[in-house]
Unconditional design. Structure first.
Length: 174
């Protein structure tokens, strides 16, 4: 794999590898750096990366798994846009399952869902059916204190939503 890196920013990735680990020398993934990488199936983003640019992985249709740490504080709009195969995000060694189709059907974008979790902006407007499920899954995956506080504050609404959607597993977990 050939990376074009300028001042810590990964500008472009060239090659046909399906599994990529970004070098530790990278602090930021630039806009469109991996866009349209048709063969990319999984990517590991090291602790050194603190931001992911706009449309960085857009249209990576084969991308199924992203491994990332909580050090990524900024995830731009469309960073994972149209990654229709993305089903797993591993955060600090804990796997969070993602149902792209369910998020899409709710009229939301996968990047917005990921951004909400990483920025811990749980006040963000988002389909409650998806929002509560993602935050609950994120909390059970990471034991994040902010997510736990949000769940406690909204427990009645969340449990009502889970009951309406017959989501027994999450009701038991709450």
């Amino acid at each position: 794999m050939d990376f074009e890196i300028e001042n810590g920013v990964l500008i472009k990735c060239r090659g046909n590898d399906s599994e990529i680990t970004i070098p530790d020398s990278v602090t930021s993934i630039g806009d469109n750096a991996f866009a349209f990488c048709a063969r990319l199936k999984s990517i590991t983003i090291p602790d050194s990366v603190t931001s992911i640019g706009a449309e960085a992985f857009e249209y990576c249709h084969s991308l199924t798994s992203v491994v990332i740490s909580n050090s990524a504080k900024s995830i731009a709009d469309g960073a994972f846009g149209y990654c229709i195969s993305l089903t797993s995000i591993i955060i600090n060694g804990n796997e969070l399952k993602i149902d792209y189709q369910e998020i899409k059907n709710a009229g939301e974008l996968i990047t917005d869902a990921i951004g909400m979790l990483f920025k811990k902006d749980f006040s963000r407007k988002f389909s409650h059916k998806i929002k509560f499920k993602l935050i609950a899954d994120y909390f059970f995956c990471t034991a994040d204190e902010d997510a736990g506080a949000y769940l406690k504050k909204n427990a009645v609404r969340i449990i009502r939503q889970f009951i309406e959607n017959n989501d027994i597993e999450r009701i038991r977990a709450c």
